[in-house]
Design a protein around this ligand. Structure first.
Ligand SMILES: NC(=O)C1=CN([C@@H]2O[C@H](COP(=O)(O)OP(=O)(O)OC[C@H]3O[C@@H](n4cnc5c(N)ncnc54)[C@H](OP(=O)(O)O)[C@@H]3O)[C@@H](O)[C@H]2O)C=CC1
Ligand SMILES: CC(=O)N[C@@H](CCC(=O)OP(=O)(O)O)C(=O)O
Length: 344
C-alpha cells in the first residue's frame, strides 16, 4: 500500500512515521509540511535518522498526492482534513484523519464545539475507535480517528454502558495528559518552568472531547448521556490516565461489572484488563498501542470508578490510525503494533 502522511512534522505525524517504518505492507511515498518544505524529515526529527531518506513536500498539489497514494493519514490541526477529503472525493484514495473533522455524526455538534464551519458535512466517514467500530472501519472511505482523551475514556466506560450498568447521565471523567498531547508548537503553558513541578486543570466544562465521549457512550448504551469532562496537564511527555466515575443502577453487583468488561474485551489484543481493584499507569503502556483498564466498586457511594491508561501518541493517535489502516486493508490488526511498552 502506498501511504502518505500530511503534517509529518507534527508529533502525531512523526509518530506515524516511526510506526509505519515497521509495517511490511506500507510504503510511505509522500510526507508533507508547509513550513519546512524541501527539508529532510530527520533534520526535524533526528530520532528518525537512517529510517527515512525523504524530503518534505508541500501539500499544495494535493490531487497529485492523492492520485499517487492508496491511503492518506492526516496529522493536521482540525479544519484542514475536510478540505483535503473534499478535494479527493472522486479518487479511490482512502483517508484516516487524526484530527476531529470526521469524528461527529452530526456536524452541527462539531461546529458548535470547534467554532468552524464544516465544509464537507455529507462526507462518507466513520468513527475510528477500532475496538468498538471495527465493522464500519473495514470499508470506510474516510476514518475519523478517535481523539486521545476520548479513546481512554470511551474504552473505560463502554462495557458499563453496553451492559446498562450505569446511569449515563451521572458520568464524570477526570483525565490527565502529558504535554505531547498539545502538539509541537511552543506555547507558554507548555514552557518548562510553567509545566515542570506543576499540575493544573484546563478547559473545565468546555473541552472539545466532551461531545465526542457523549456521542459514543450514548450510541453504545442507546441512552441519553451527559458527561462532566475535566482534562489536566501533567509534567510528563507522553501518556493519559482517565479516571471515570458513574452511579451504578439498582442491583448492580461487582460480579456483573467484572462480567461486562470480560465480555466486551475478552478477545481484544490491545485492551489489557487489570481487573477489579487494578491500577493502570501511563508508564506501563508507554510507546505501545495498549489501553490498560481496571475498575473499582465503591459500595458506600454505589459508584463505579473505571481507570484507563494509554499513550496519547500511540493508542490515542498514530497507533490507533495504523490499527484502523490494518482493519481497512484486511491485514492482521496487530501489524507493526505488537510491541511491548517501553518501561521504565
Ligand atoms: N498530539 C496528540 O497527542 C494527538 C494529536 N491528535 C491530532 O493530530 C493532529 C496533529 O496534532 P499534533 O501532531 O499534536 O500537532 P503539531 O502541532 O505537533 O503538528 C501540526 C502539524 O500540522 C501542520 N500544520 C499546522 N498548521 C498548518 C496549516 N495551517 N496548514 C497546513 N499544515 C499545518 C504542521 O506542519 P508545518 O508547520 O511543518 O507546516 C504540523 O505538521 C491534530 O488534529 C490533533 O488534534 C490526535 C490525537 C492525539
Ligand atoms: C495536553 C493537551 O493539550 N491535549 C490536547 C488534546 C487534544 C488533541 O491532541 O487532539 P485530539 O482531539 O485530536 O485528540 C487538548 O486538550 O486540546
Amino acid at each position: 500500500m502506498k501511504v502518505s502522511v500530511l503534517g509529518a512534522t507534527g508529533y502525531a505525524g512523526a509518530e506515524l512515521l516511526r510506526i509505519l517504518y515497521q509495517h511490511p505492507q506500507a510504503d510511505v511515498v509522500h510526507i508533507t509540511s508547509e513550513s519546512h518544505t524541501g527539508e529532510s524529515i530527520d533534520s526535524l526529527y533526528p530520532h528518525l535518522r537512517g529510517f527515512y531518506d525523504m524530503k518534505l513536500e508541500s501539500m499544495q498539489d494535493i490531487r497529485a498526492i492523492g492520485e499517487d497514494s492508496d491511503f492518506i493519514f492526516i496529522g493536521l490541526p482540525h479544519g484542514h482534513a475536510m478540505e483535503v477529503a473534499r478535494a479527493l472525493a472522486d479518487l479511490p484514495v482512502r483517508i484516516i484523519d487524526l484530527g476531529a473533522d470526521f469524528r461527529f455524526d452530526d456536524t452541527a455538534v462539531y461546529e458548535a464545539w470547534y467554532h468552524v464551519k464544516h465544509t464537507y458535512a455529507d462526507a462518507p466517514r466513520v468513527y475510528g475507535l477500532a475496538e468498538l467500530y471495527r465493522d464500519a472501519v473495514r470499508s470506510a472511505k474516510i476514518i475519523g480517528n478517535a481523539g486521545c482523551f476520548t479513546t481512554a475514556s470511551i474504552l473505560a466506560l463502554a462495557p458499563l454502558a453496553k451492559s446498562h450498568l450505569i446511569d449515563t447521565k451521572s458520568i464524570i471523567v477526570d483525565a490527565k495528559s502529558g504535554v505531547t498531547g498539545a502538539g509541537r508548537s511552543p506555547k507558554l503553558a507548555n514552557h518548562f518552568p510553567e509545566l515542570y513541578d506543576n499540575f493544573r486543570a484546563y478547559n473545565v466544562a468546555h473541552h472539545r472531547h466532551t461531545p465526542e465521549i457523549e456521542q459514543a457512550i450514548a450510541e453504545i448504551a442507546d441512552e441519553e448521556t451527559l458527561i462532566n469532562f475535566t482534562p489536566h496537564l501533567v509534567p510528563m511527555g507522553r501518556g493519559i490516565l482517565a479516571t471515570c466515575y458513574a452511579d451504578l443502577k439498582e442491583g448492580v453487583t461487582p460480579e456483573l461489572i467484572d462480567a461486562a468488561y470480560e465480555k466486551l474485551y475478552d478477545k481484544e489484543f490491545f485492551i489489557r484488563l487489570l481487573g477489579r481493584g487494578g491500577y493502570p499507569s501511563t508508564k506501563e503502556v508507554r510507546g505501545s498501542n495498549f489501553c490498560d483498564i481496571a475498575w473499582h466498586v465503591d459500595e458506600r457511594t454505589h459508584r463505579v470508578v473505571a481507570l484507563s491508561a494509554i499513550d496519547n501518541l500511540v493508542k490515542g493517535a498514530a497507533g490507533q490510525a495504523v490499527q484502523n489502516f490494518n482493519i481497512a486493508c484486511g491485514f492482521d490488526e496487530k501489524t507493526a503494533l505488537d510491541v511491548a511498552p517501553m518501561y521504565p
